[in-house]
Structure formats: structure tokens, C-alpha cells
Design a protein. Sequence first.
Lengths: 124, 166
Amino acid sequence: MNWLANAQEILAWGLILSGSAFLLIGAFGIVRLPDFWARLHAASIPDSAGMILLFLGMAVHAGFGLVTVKLVIIGLFLFLTGPTSTHATANAALVSGLRPREGEGLEADEPLELAPDPQPERAP
Amino acid sequence: MSRGEERVKIIANALVLGGLWLLLSGIYEPLLLAFGAGSVAVVVALMARMDRVDGAAPEWHLKPLAFAAYLVWLLKEIARANWAVTKVILAPHMRLRQHLFAVPVTSRSDLAQVTFANSITLTPGTITIETEPGRFLVHALSYDDATPGELADMDARVAATESRRA
């Protein structure tokens, strides 16, 4: 039974450490990349790989139980809110007129119109 | 929505929220249980009132098994994309080729479109910036000729999880 507990511990810490490595890589990216748009991409590495690996690691460490259920619920929540907040940040930059610098030989597609969303119809 | 349906919905909401409280709290003392019951009552009342004001219940037209299979595929894509962006960041000379481009969207339901937009953002290297009828504006960190094809493939996979064409 001892080797099983050891294997669980090793797997958990392997996952947690590799998740932490991706958090570090995301931080490096935010420092190294040149402008706002490129930095957004670096910020999504901790959001996806870092978050998933850390939660997997914590779940393996905790074993089956209430803690794991909570971890899964928090993980699902982050899985939905992470990209949504990234999108909100990027969209705010687009609406306020910031444009990415295009790569060589590329031309940006412009948004159709930047009018505010039409008001939803109100039920009486 | 009829009165009966409204009641069923209120009871279902209360049960789900109550279950969630019990699951997350893990402490079963009278005081905390009373706090939980009070919170559930307030939230259920708010939700019932919101339904009466806007009346737009979210629609759920998805094939559960196909959607689960899509999530597994998405996890693999996330892993691949993370590795690609990691290599870009850690390379001595970062190979950036930023590009803002339109991606056609074929799925119809709101839920499938949200799934597609969030999937694009979840895979590092691409971010959905704007949603327009029939297309998304996407920003890529290191664009190459394969990028539009990959996104079209993702779009087709999302559209395949829709249970009916709304």
C-alpha cells in the first residue's frame, strides 16, 4: 500500500510543479512580449495550462472527497470565466481604438461596425 | 410560462442551490444550516423575479455525448496550443506574426457560439475579440497559413454538437 501512496504523492507534486512552471512561463511572457495584444496571449497560459495542471495536482493530492468536488466546481467556474474576462479586456481595447501591429505582409480585417449592441426588447 | 411550470422551476432551483450549499459547506450545525436556507430563499426569489422581468430562459440545444467528446478534444488542443505559445515565449528570438482576422461561424444557437468563442480564447495564441453576425474577429499571436483551417475545423466540431438547427 505504501508504494501506492508514494505514487499518488509523486503524481500530485509533478502536476502541481508543472502547473507552477506554466504560471512562471506566462509571467515571463507578459514581461517579454512587446505590446498589449501579444501580452494577452501570454496571460492565457496560466489561465489554461497552469490552472488545469494545478487543479489536477490538488485533486490527486486530496484524493476522492468533498475537497475534490469543490476543486472540480471551482475549476469549471474558472474554465468559463477565464476566457470571458480575456475577451472582455480585448474587446474593450478594440472598441477604444487600439489595433494590433500586423505581421509582415498581413492586413487586418476591420470590425463591421462599432455601434453599441442594440437594446434587447423589453417584455411589458 | 404557466404558473405550474413556474412553481416546478422554483422548487428545482431551491433543491439545486440547497444541494450545492450542503456540498460546499460540509459543516452541519443549526446556525449555518439556517444561513444556508436563508441564502437559498433570497436567491430563488431573485431568480423568479428576473424570469418575470426578462422572461428569456437560456436554450440548451446540445447533444451531451458529442459535447463531452468535444471537451476531450478541446483539452488536447489546449495542451498543444499551450506548448506552441510556450515555445514562442521562451525562444531567444520570439517569432511573432500578429494578425487580426475574421473567422466564419456556422453554429446557430447562442450556447454553441459562446462555446466556440470561449474555445478560441482558451487555446493560447488566439483570442476572440469581437462577435458579429456570422463571424468572429480573432487575434492570433503567431499567425500562419494553417491557422484559419484549424479554426474552421474547431467551428465544424462545435456545430456538430448542436442537437438541432435553430
